[in-house]
Ligand binder design. Sequence first.
Ligand SMILES: [Zn+2]
Length: 182
Amino acid sequence: MNNSHWLRLALILCLSPSAYAQQHTHGQGELLIAQDGERWHLQLILPAADALGFEHEAKTSEQKKAQHHLAHKLTHNAGVVQLAGQCSLVSAEHSLQAVDNQNHPHKHHEHHEHHDDNEQHHEHRHSNIEVTYQYDCASAVTQLSLPLFESMPSLSLIKAQWLTDKGQGVANLTSSQPYIAW
Ligand SMILES: [Zn+2]
């Protein structure tokens, strides 16, 4: 195992997710998976444009409704990520929670350096939505799948990286191949 991989794992486990998410490409997200014995850490980073349909602060009642719907979906892992094994959800955290309370500073992660001409942005800002799950798994985990592709049709690719007791690897997950089998 090389040093850069350990550095990345340290970022998964210790630092703010946004420290890792330095890229922002619409249609593409990232999934980081780290096993520590029975504990599995999953971190998913999605462009707000795909997860929510917009990247700015929710203004209309329809947008606020969409935001609450997504927050609920992420908190309860309703069709986001599935582990095949005897696993129970220990914690779920996502960056939309801060947005729910308008009195708190927003945790949007904006990236001003990247603008594609074909993006239809009225405001020149981008944001990611990040969700972190911790699972305890009493059995081996034989597969991880991402049913979220079904509810986020503009999402075309999730770049997954994992570091488990069995080894490490990467995979590009798509709606036609939305899983990793170990
Ligand atoms: Zn964007």
